[in-house]
Design a protein around this ligand. Sequence first.
Ligand code: GLP
Length: 241
Amino acid sequence: MKIVAVADYEEMSKVAAAYIVSTIRSSSSFSLGLATGGTPLGVYQQLIKNYQTQQTSYAHVQTFNLDEYVGLSPQDDESYHAYMNHHLFQAINIPPEQTHVPNGMAVNLEEECVRYENHLQERGGVDLQLLGIGQNGHIGFNEPGTSFASRTHVVKLTPSTLAANARYFPPSKKQPTHALTMGIATILQSKEIILLASGEKKQQAMNQLLNGHMSESVPATALRMHGAVTIVADRKALQLA
Ligand code: GLP
């Protein structure tokens, strides 16, 4: 794994966005894997800024999101679909048919997982996957204990993840307890991966990713099996590593 150590959140966002833009611009057909949470927001702001100033085209880009909450629709502000529309898709003018997010409202969730996984494979998989990391070492919504062989599946969120993400839900809104997520094997199939980490809260997870045993109890350690992972992390996140 290649580690790019940066000073802070702003530099992390700029470095990752610059790389994403250069790969998109140098390709005629591109599949971009996207993440949610607080960490990639700065990257998305940079992509928008670049779109506005450099007119980078997304006409040849398909996007695939890692995950979605069960029971939330794109009309729910807290859904990951709404997050993407709000923080990236609308501002870069990418047509909705080129963006793909698992459907957390599907009547049959197992079928939806198979559909999403097949759709991704039929499109040739992800070229470049952007990842954050959970405080417990999760990637996507693959919680500790998830098989490294997993494909897109339904997950029950752990108390640690529910607590970490509670800040995104207003008191009036019930926080979903389940989600759909690409599996670890799905993520590892991406041709290239960029993992972002910023701040003290990610120190333990980053230490385990870089120095701990490779184990399904820390999902991110699966990334060591991949030949093209770049970690862009700031000093605080890397302090224990
Ligand atoms: C959620 C997402 C992950 C994300 C993680 C960390 O659980 N499913 O993809 O990496 O949160 O979020 P944050 O960046 O807000 O710390």
